[in-house]
Design a protein around this ligand. Structure first.
Ligand code: CP3
Length: 348
């Protein structure tokens, strides 16, 4: 089997596979004792700037779980931090911005990303990983313009996105310029990762579910489409993901991705109906259930596999692995997914 024939890449393209491929968002990280041991203290951004360490942290879940894809150890705020916007990631909290974006003058702090100069360490990490991973594909990723903008405008994690929504409506020209600048950065960042050997890309619009379909369609979708269409010529599968995006799935299908990631709120067969034909799905086990007894977790995983329909399904959680998760539960989950014949396939 070559990498191009790997179950993960085949499922992304909607081709039949012998088993449903599986990986987990946030598969690297605090749920793993070997992560806590290797990473040390300090900001995750320091770890990202050390290619040997970042490559090791990427490999840990691949070794432990035997997942079908690796995801680059990085963060959605790496590009904005690299151009000097003044962002850090606080453990247990998330990205925090020194001086949030409040006016047009603040846009000057978002100069274009030049990957070779600004994030050479990410390119080095990808190169090192591609050499080590063999047939396991590496997923590169970027934050989508809206989700990154929400951190820059709010100054940190948010529940209501009040300032972001007010800026979007009250200063539409500034909002459009902001999302366009972030789209260009995400695009340059993804192109650099694929150029260095990433086999697929995921665009994380984690918080887009906070928006109404109208606002999403008018003010956010064009910027995400710019990113996704801007990598189309590279020929790698594109995954587009957000949380709470049930009402947006039809719109997201039009943004230009081969795969749409879905959280646990919408069953995958219903998600397929909303997405329309020709789009693969990724998801969508509720990460909270990874903390439940195995009988509960395994039954739910079976339901996800059935409703995923087999072909064109990449098994994942509906959002990231929770830090309290027992890694052994994820090991059993990978075994179960791999041992279950794809739904709809002829039984041996
Ligand atoms: O296995 C992987 O997925 C590793 C790579 C990865 C990280 N962040 C490393 C990380 C990925 C794909 C991300 C994406 C990311 N970062 C998103 C989109 C995905 C999602 O979960 O919706 C978002 C919104 C961020 C911003 C961010 N960074 C948050 C909200 C946090 C959590 C704060 C916390 O500590 O719980 C971070 C920190 C972060 N990024 C950690 C890791 C492993 C954990 C903390 C650490 O080790 O310091």
């Amino acid at each position: 089997m070559s990498r191009a024939d790997s179950p993960f890449l085949r499922a992304c393209r909607g081709q039949p596979t012998e088993r449903v491929p599986v990986w987990f968002m946030r598969q690297a990280g605090r749920s793993l004792p070997e992560y806590r041991a290797a990473r040390g203290e300090g900001s995750i951004l320091d770890a990202v700037r050390r290619p040997e360490l970042a490559a090791e942290l990427t490999m840990q879940p691949v070794r432990r779980y035997g997942v079908d894809a690796a995801i680059l150890f990085s963060d959605i705020v790496v590009p904005v931090a690299a151009v000097g916007f003044g962002v850090d990631v606080v453990p247990g909290r998330g990205p925090v911005v020194e001086a949030p974006l409040r006016s047009r003058a603040d846009l000057a702090r978002l100069r274009p990303l030049e990957p070779e100069e600004d994030v050479p360490y990410v390119i080095d990490t990808v190169r090192a990983l591609v050499a080590d991973l063999g047939d396991v594909p590496l997923i590169g990723f970027a934050g989508a313009p809206f989700t990154v903008a929400s951190y820059l405008v709010e100054g940190g994690p948010s529940r209501q996105y009040t300032r972001t929504k007010v800026l979007m409506r009250a200063e539409p020209a500034l909002w459009e310029a902001l999302l366009d600048a972030l789209a260009d950065m995400a695009l340059a960042f993804l192109r650099a990762q694929v150029g260095a050997g990433a086999a697929a890309v995921q665009l994380f619009d984690s918080w887009a579910g906070a928006l109404s379909p109208d606002d999403y369609a008018r003010t956010v979708l064009p910027a995400s489409r710019k990113v996704l269409e801007g990598v189309a010529d590279l020929g790698v599968p594109r995954i587009h993901f957000g949380v709470g995006t049930g009402e947006l799935l039809g719109l997201m299908a039009g943004a230009g991705a081969e795969v749409v990631g879905v959280d646990w709120r919408v069953p995958l067969d219903e998600a397929r109906r909303r997405l329309g034909p020709g789009v693969a799905v990724q998801g969508n086990l509720d990460p909270a259930l990874c903390l439940a007894p195995w009988e509960v977790l395994s039954a739910e995983a079976q339901r996800v596999l059935e409703r995923g329909g087999g072909t064109g399904h990449v098994f994942n959680l509906g959002h990231g692995v929770l830090p309290e998760t027992d890694p052994d539960a994820l090991s059993r989950l990978v075994e179960l997914v791999h041992a279950t014949p794809p739904a709809g396939a002829p039984r041996p």
